[in-house]
Design a protein around this ligand. Sequence first.
Ligand code: HEM
Ligand code: HEM
Length: 190
Amino acid sequence: MQPDKPEQFSLTTITLHWLVAIGMIGMLAIGIYMTEAEVYSLYPWHKSFGVLIIAFVVLRVLWRIKNGWPVPVSQYIAIEQNLAKAVHWILIIGTVLMPVSGALMSALGGNGIDIFGLELMPRNPDPENPGRVLPHNGDIASFCHAIHHWLGYIVIGAVILHIAGAIKHHVIDQDATLKRMLGARRVHSE
Ligand code: HEM
Ligand code: HEM
């Protein structure tokens, strides 16, 4: 696999970035909608896509470790560079902790996990009331639920800052930051 070059990102970086980005934005939107509107039929879809995303997230994190972080297109002021770096860290940690906390919350809470109808972890029905479930470890499940809830809002804030940054580079700085993530080669220094 080709490493990233300052003037052009590898296909691996670009493909993993957009797959995980679209997946995360979709999952954040579905997660909030299904809980707020109490659309329980969406829960199995949310869980299935969430577990699927873990595979791409693991690949992406391994790729970041091997390849390092992207080199900024231009020399921005220190505060902007540090903010971008902090946001990238929140986003990459969020892409790991959101699906992991979701899976642990469902598994340890006794609700089980199916991935597109295939049972990964069975429900744990309460023998006295089979319509309800018994948690395997209620404390850890509640802790993971809290992480899933609050980190979700932190990641949404980071995604908004991240998109604002991409638009700022494209529209105000008019540099190649966004175009590079869309696959373009930077032909001259900007
Ligand atoms: C429409 C939405 C998005 C746009 C326009 C966008 C754009 C970009 C751009 C232009 C870069 C390159 C920054 C650089 O060269 O320094 C980048 C990097 C990055 N983006 Fe996004 N992004 C979006 C959504 C997301 C989402 C939803 C996530 C994660 C939840 C994410 C996570 C990252 C991370 C971790 C990096 C660092 C490089 C990497 O690991 O690939 N992005 N993004
Ligand atoms: C890709 C990563 C994921 C993202 C970004 C995500 C995001 C969210 C968000 C934002 C909510 C609404 C939280 C709230 O308002 O309390 C939510 C709820 C939920 N998520 Fe996820 N999720 C992901 C993966 C998963 C996975 C893998 C599972 C389980 C296997 C899962 C299970 C759930 C459940 C059961 C709820 C409903 C919680 C409730 O009823 O209070 N999520 N998710």
